[in-house]
Design a protein around this ligand. Structure first.
Ligand code: AMP
Ligand code: MG
Length: 352
């Protein structure tokens, strides 16, 4: 499915997919021509890749190949994927051959768990299954069953041989779920493919992971909306971005209700229950798409104080944190690149 759409249609598509870009009005690269666009379903989400410039069609094709290829390797639900093979052999002692990409992503996810213990773990799959996330039958699990599943969550027991490359889960019943990391990692490789194909200006919308390259259609930067986690029809504000990714995690994305209580899909690996850190959503802006994705999930679990203290210790990402207390905290690197909307939140700037 490949289209050349008029700019106005493109604008509507971006708004619908959660990403707001100013309508082209001259200025940006080949804005009058419109981008090459492809929309497709991969990694459990609707993806959209748009590339401006003469190489747009070729670049979109390359990005699509990268994204659908990674989906085939990393999916936990497709029985033929490398992750399914790794999970199927958990505890039987055999090394499962992996592509360099799968091995690299697993290694990055394992490192994230080491850096942010208690907030992130890609071996969370048994707990996700206990809650029925990923299937139709979502329910609050029995406490004993949950604690048995939680005992299997330990990415320290995911062994990797990066030379081979190959992987091994050391305990029967362990399983990997890369839902918190795969889209960001994939965005990085797809962006690289777009640039190598000669794409000049691009937007990759991979379901709450928005990566922009080069100039926007109407000026030097892209405008990307951050949704209000309490009202999908509204925005917290608009980011001005260039050659960056904005990744957002929030409990509002996927949840079910039981006996009047809402249970969402981002799990606190310390308890096995949906994280309750006082945050409603976390948006991470970074030049590193894989980092943006893992951190948005991990910092949603960790909460505002820990998120800000990690931010103060590094320089490779910025944050928009929306709290249940009605406070939106924006880190100072975004002071001039995030325009909050008048929507009842108190906005504060965090400084180093
Ligand atoms: P995201 O939308 O990037 O925040 O990722 C959420 C997905 O990551 C969930 O649907 C699960 O597949 C997985 N997940 C949930 N909790 C965690 C966690 N604490 N650490 C790593 N992955 C998680
Ligand atoms: Mg994530």
């Amino acid at each position: 499915m490949k289209h050349r759409l008029f700019p106005v249609v493109f604008f509507i598509l971006l708004v619908l997919s959660g990403c707001l870009s100013a309508p082209p009005s001259g200025g940006g690269p080949a804005a009058e021509e419109g981008p090459a666009v492809r929309q497709f379903f991969a990694m459990d989400t609707l993806m959209s890749v748009s590339v401006y410039g003469p190489q747009g069609e070729a670049a979109v094709q390359e990005a699509w190949e990268v994204l659908t290829g990674l989906d085939r390797l990393l999916s936990r639900t497709s029985p033929d994927s490398e992750i399914s093979a790794l999970n199927a052999h958990a505890g039987d002692g055999s090394w499962v051959p992996l592509s360099p990409e799968t091995a690299e992503l697993l290694s990055f996810a394992r490192q994230t768990a080491e850096d942010l213990p208690g907030a992130f773990d890609c071996t969370i799959a048994p707990v996700m299954d206990a809650w029925g996330f990923g299937g139709e039958d979502r329910h609050v699990p029995d406490a004993a069953a949950l604690s048995a599943r939680l005992a299997l969550v330990d990415s320290g027991r995911l062994s990797l041989d990066l030379e081979a490359p190959a992987g091994r889960l050391e305990v029967p019943g362990m399983a990997v779920d890369l839902g918190a990391a795969a889209k960001g990692y994939a965005a990085g490789l797809a962006a690289q493919a777009v640039l190598e194909a000669g794409g000049e200006s691009a937007l990759l919308d991979l379901g709450r992971n928005i990566t922009v390259l080069g100039e926007g259609p109407s000026g030097p930067s892209w405008r990307v909306a951050v949704k209000d986690p309490q009202d999908m029809e509204r925005h917290l504000g608009v980011l001005s971005m260039r050659d960056q990714t904005a990744s957002t995690s929030g409990g509002y994305e996927r949840y079910f209700e039981e006996n009047g209580v809402r249970y969402h899909h981002i799990i606190d690996p310390k308890t096995g229950y949906p994280a309750e850190s006082g945050l409603l959503s976390v948006t991470v802006v970074s030049e590193n798409p894989a980092l943006a994705d893992v951190l948005s999930t991990a910092l949603f679990v960790a909460g505002r104080d820990e998120a800000l203290s990690l931010w103060r210790s590094r320089t490779d990402f910025e944050l928009v944190l929306c709290g249940a207390d009605g406070v939106v905290t924006v880190t100072e690197g975004l002071e001039f690149d995030f325009r909050g909307e008048d929507n009842g939140y108190t906005c504060q700037t965090a400084r180093r």
